[in-house]
Ligand binder design. Structure first.
Ligand SMILES: Nc1ncnc2c1ncn2[C@@H]1O[C@H](COP(=O)(O)OP(=O)(O)OP(=O)(O)O)[C@@H](O)[C@H]1O
Ligand SMILES: [Mg+2]
Length: 479
């Protein structure tokens, strides 16, 4: 790879901006075209708008500084409403003293922004307050994207500068006892509401610090949502419930942002309340409602490079915690082998996710990850482990235009020679793209009766055998 020659496109020298033509140097007013006049007008408008933003920022900083001088901020705590009210009054007073020409709405906005800065995460607060936003993606101080309703959109929210952005990152990660600096430029954290945060700072992030927030807390997707939005059918939901109650080991697969963690959370909700659950995650995202849950989270190394605790360590330890169920947020490395072994050694009914683009691709991913564990296991042995550990693979997918669905539910049947045999039980078949650009299609029963049906029935889980007859279960309405 290092020996690779740069491609011709990469090797091409960067084109420097053309030197200004003589005509450009003439006084502009003389014979400027209407287009040039328009450009000039919009340029000075943008300049004026930027000046206004700069003035507002300077005012905010001044008021914030005065607020810090006036109050002992270290004694303030999070979301105490009355405290916020008291500070609001002080900020309003400081605003008046500044004697600026702000109208009522501008003044209220300024007060809210100073409060967000003091109590919360500054400019991000406005976005966090909108529960319809599922992702917030900060690419440096001046570019913030959101995902709303399945669409990625650029917002006009901004940070003042790099320092401001770094300050907010610091606030997020220090709240969960982590830090983000030159020695630790990549960090995972979570917000108070359970949203997952990943931050990468320069020099790794070339164009300014990056924050990626995956929102969960405020409005987690429920089974009712899955059915209402056509992410699965009631019958498929009931089948999955039976599989979890019947202690099948389930592997969820899907690409980035396809809905794996959401599905894991919802599948875990089927675990009966009298069972002891241990959850293991890199950054705790799962929100289980059962009373008997032990939540474990990994830890990065400290400043001396010591004390790192990985998923694998927690998984091995969890076996000594008498779990009925082990739920691992995501297997993405050598812990995969430990997970398969746990599933094979009496921890039936465990659940996890892996990043793979199809149920069959999942086998290859697991093989690769098991090889990373350092044990020289022959491929056949790995496959045998997989085939006896995993009973069911459920695939989540984000389709064109944003809808997320459970697209395949596959039974792992066993081995034939060196090959793992699998059968799809339910599938989503895409038919087309609607006028609004969204994929649509139908859920079908493939006509395969799973071999574990008897096991489910013995365990008391209720499954209607007629649901496995080949038929269309649901067709998306088309707009
Ligand atoms: N069935 C669904 N319908 C609509 N939105 C969904 C659905 N499932 C998940 N989402 C939303 O999609 C986003 C991604 O979900 P989730 O975090 O579960 O994906 P993931 O595959 O675990 O992502 P990652 O690979 O980043 O860990 C979340 O905002 C979630 O609320
Ligand atoms: Mg996830």
């Amino acid at each position: 790879m290092f020996g690779k020659q740069p491609s011709p496109a990469m090797a091409r020298p960067r084109v420097s901006p053309e030197p200004p033509k003589l005509a450009d140097a003439r006084p502009e007013a003389e014979d400027a075209s209407p287009q040039q006049a328009k450009d000039k007008a919009s340029g000075s408008k943008a300049k004026a708008a930027q000046e206004k933003i700069d003035q507002a920022n300077a005012l905010k900083t001044r008021i914030h500084r005065k607020l810090v001088e006036k109050l002992d901020l270290t004694r303030l705590t999070g979301d105490d409403e009355s405290l916020r009210e008291q500070v609001r009054e002080v900020v309003a007073l400081l605003c008046e003293q500044e004697n600026t020409l702000l109208n009522y709405a501008e003044r209220q906005r300024l007060i809210s922004e100073v409060l967000d800065e003091t109590f919360g995460l500054g400019p991000l607060e406005v976005l966090l307050a909108d529960t319809g936003i599922s992702d917030i993606l900060v690419n440096g101080p001046r570019q913030i994207y959101i995902e709303k309703g399945g669409n990625l959109q650029l917002t006009d929210t901004r940070f003042r500068d790099d320092g401001h952005l770094m300050h907010v990152i610091d606030k997020i990660v220090s709240a969960v006892g982590r830090r983000c600096d030159e020695t630790q430029p990549i960090v995972d954290a979570r917000l108070k509401d359970g949203s997952r945060v990943n931050a990468v700072i320069p020099p790794l992030a070339i164009d300014g610090a990056s924050i990626s927030i995956r929102r969960f807390g405020a409005d987690p997707v429920t089974w009712d949502n899955y059915i209402e939005w056509g992410s699965c059918t009631q019958g498929i939901r009931d089948f999955l419930e039976a599989c979890v109650i019947g202690h099948l080991n389930v592997l969820i697969v899907g690409g980035t942002g396809s809905g794996k963690t959401t599905l894991l959370n919802n599948l875990s909700s089927f675990i009966p309340a009298n069972e002891r659950i241990v959850t293991i995650e890199d950054a705790a995202e799962l929100q289980l409602r059962q009373p008997h849950v032990v939540r474990l989270e990994t830890r990065p190394a400290n400043i001396e490079g010591k004390g790192k605790i990985q998923i694998r360590d927690l998984l091995i330890n969890s076996l000594r915690m008498r779990p009925d169920r082990i739920v691992v947020g995501e297997c993405r490395g050598p812990e995969t082998l430990d997970m398969l072994q746990a599933m094979n050694t009496g921890h039936d009914g465990s659940l996890t996710t892996i990043h793979a683009n199809s149920t069959r691709d999942a086998v290859q991913r697991v093989e690769t990850m098991v090889m990373m564990s350092g044990f020289e296991l022959p491929l056949r042995a790995i496959r045998q482990q997989f085939a006896s550990a995993i009973h069911l693979i459920v695939q989540a997918q984000r389709l064109t235009g944003g809808p997320r669905k459970i697209v395949t539910i596959t039974e792992v049947q066993g081995m034939e020679g060196d090959i793992i045999t699998m059968q799809d039980i339910f599938a989503f078949e895409q038919v087309g793209i609607s006028s609004s650009g969204k994929a649509h299609g139908k859920f079908v029963s493939t006509g395969i009766r799973p071999a574990f049906l008897e096991r489910l029935q013995i365990s008391g889980a209720k499954v209607d055998p007629s649901m496995f007859e080949r038929k269309v279960l649901y067709t998306d309405p088309v707009d």
